[in-house]
Design a protein around this ligand. Structure first.
Ligand code: ADP
Ligand code: MG
Length: 227
C-alpha cells in the first residue's frame, strides 16, 4: 500500500495576508493519492481548491507541513529542485488551456519534452501518439486559436502528460466547456489516466463527472474530507 502512494499532503497549511487579516485556506490538510486513482475535489468557489492543487503541484510552498511525492519530501526543496520535479513528475491542467498561442498543437505537446532534453524526433512521435489518443491528431498543425474549447483542452491534457508524470492535477479542466463537450473531454482524460496508471486529482463543480471518479473529497475548514 505504502509503495502505491504517489502524493501525500501532511499537515499542510496555507495562509494569505489580506490587509490586516490573515486568511487561513489550508489548516493542517491531510490527503493521500495512490497509483491509478482518480479523485474528484468538489468544493464551492473560494474554499481553496486552486490553493490545494498549486501546493500539491509544487507551484506554491506550504507555510507549514509537507508535500510528499513518491516518498520524497518536497516542501523545503530549492526552487530549481521543485521545478525539475514539476517538469518530470507532475502534469497540470488549468480551466483555461494556457497553450502557447504562436505554436501548433503538436508543438505545444512537444515543448515540455524538449525542455526536458528529449530529441525532436522522439518528442514529435510521442506528441502525435498522445494527440491521436485524445482523438485530435488531425488538428496537430493548428494553432490554439483555430481549435474549439474542447479541442484546446484535449491538447492541454496531452501536454500535461507528455513527460509521463506520476500525478495529474487538474483545476476545473472542463469548467469552461458546455456539458456535452465536458463529458467527452472527461472521457478522454479518464481513459488516458486509466491506460497509463497515472494518479489524478481533479477539481470540478460538475457532480456528474465527480460521480465517475473513484472517490470524492471536499474542503471543510481548511481540511480535506471525504464527500
Ligand atoms: P477556489 O479555487 O476553491 O475557488 P482559491 O484556492 O483560488 O479557491 O482561493 C481560496 C481563497 O484564498 C479565496 O478566498 C481567495 O480569495 C484567497 N486567495 C487565493 N489566492 C490568494 C492570494 N494570492 N492572496 C490573497 N488571497 C488569496
Ligand atoms: Mg480555483
Amino acid at each position: 500500500m505504502a509503495d502505491n502512494i504517489v502524493l501525500e499532503l501532511k499537515a499542510v497549511e496555507r495562509h494569505y495576508v489580506q490587509g490586516q487579516r490573515k486568511l487561513t485556506i489550508l489548516n493542517g490538510a491531510e490527503f493521500v493519492l495512490t497509483r491509478g486513482e482518480m479523485v474528484a475535489l468538489v468544493a464551492p468557489s473560494g474554499t481553496g481548491k486552486s490553493t490545494l492543487l498549486h501546493t500539491a503541484g509544487l507551484l506554491e510552498r506550504p507555510d507549514a507541513g509537507d508535500v510528499i511525492l513518491s516518498g520524497r519530501a518536497c516542501g523545503r526543496l530549492s526552487d530549481d529542485e521543485r521545478t525539475a520535479i514539476r517538469r518530470n513528475d507532475i502534469g497540470f491542467v488549468y480551466q483555461f488551456h494556457h497553450l502557447l498561442p504562436e505554436f501548433s498543437a503538436v508543438e505545444n505537446v512537444m515543448m515540455p519534452q524538449l525542455v526536458k532534453g528529449l530529441p525532436v524526433k522522439e518528442a514529435h512521435s510521442r506528441a502525435m501518439q498522445l494527440l491521436d489518443y485524445m482523438q485530435i491528431a488531425k488538428r496537430a498543425d493548428h494553432r490554439p486559436a483555430e481549435l474549439s474549447g474542447g479541442e484546446q483542452q484535449r491538447v492541454a491534457i496531452a501536454r500535461a502528460v507528455a513527460n509521463a508524470p506520476l500525478v495529474l492535477l487538474a483545476d476545473e479542466p472542463t469548467g469552461n466547456l458546455d456539458p456535452a463537450t465536458a463529458s467527452y473531454v472527461f472521457d478522454a482524460l479518464s481513459a488516458l489516466v486509466r491506460q497509463s496508471g497515472l494518479a489524478a486529482l481533479i477539481a470540478t463543480h460538475n457532480h456528474e463527472l465527480a460521480q465517475r471518479m473513484d472517490r470524492r473529497v471536499t474542503l471543510a475548514e481548511g481540511h480535506v474530507v471525504p464527500l
